[in-house]
Design a protein around this ligand. Sequence first.
Ligand code: AMP
Length: 308
Amino acid sequence: MTTRPRLVRTRTELADALGALGGARALVMTMGALHEGHLQLVREARALADHVVVSIFVNPTQFAPGEDFDAYPRTLDADMEALAGVGADLVWAPGPADVYPAPVRATIDPGPVARVLEGASRPTHFAGVALVCTKVVNLVRPDVALYGLKDAQQLAVLRTVFEGLDVPVRLHPVPIVRDHDGVALSSRNRYLAADERARARALPEALSLAVAAARGGAGAALAVEAARERIEAEGGIAIDYIAVVDDGTFDVLAGTGSAAPQVAANPGPATIVEGGLRACRVLVAARVGGTRLIDNMELPLVCEEAGA
Ligand code: AMP
């Protein structure tokens, strides 16, 4: 498949193009600078609907002052080329005035899930994510929207918002796509110098050690400790947080790091999976040089040990 998708910019062009598509549509939202992780979302989308719509928009409302909004890579030509190879039908690449034609006075507060971890480090981030995702879903009206587990907390936030506000779309999570050495693909990896890129391997290795510890019967706190030791042994990496959360509620069960994750005072019911294990996730955010990276892995905890 090498047909270039149709590219539209304004809301009117989008509405016209959507009107010409019959059948079910899937939406993949991105900020561009596409890599294999994004392309995997498009491939999975192809299998779920008749048409795939990809949005490419670096959303100003999810960046705080001083973050990398201006520096964020913008590579539309290369993105269009990459999307031709995976069968996207329509690309919406709006400018800020197309998405925000007027200042938005309404805000979306996704609740407690948006205040921990990424939300604690980036207090305005998830309100901006919730806003742009709700607007784009309302404008594209997809049957299904695909989001990567690379941003697991974002997915938890969107589940809360879309379910809570009855936004009529099905969410479809896609597993993390990793480089050959285990580092999660990210548009921000291009900021890393060669030595920093090598050091970044410590992140997935640390998460794997946490998972192995949990499989060996360790509780959440010991799993976090196993990950912390690996990253500290690497050196030159500043841990923002390492935490284990319940994968359903995103309640924090254990955590460490300079962002000091607050363990949930009144955790909701444990999300239990097959075999009586608690479905949890271990997450890390850390600075390698000047670049902030995030990663996570599923971590099944023996239930009685979950808070240990
Ligand atoms: P972004 O362009 O960073 O906003 O990401 C757009 C979508 O791609 C989000 O749903 C991300 O979770 C997803 N994504 C980014 N990197 C990866 C990856 N390595 N594996 C899977 N999904 C990813």
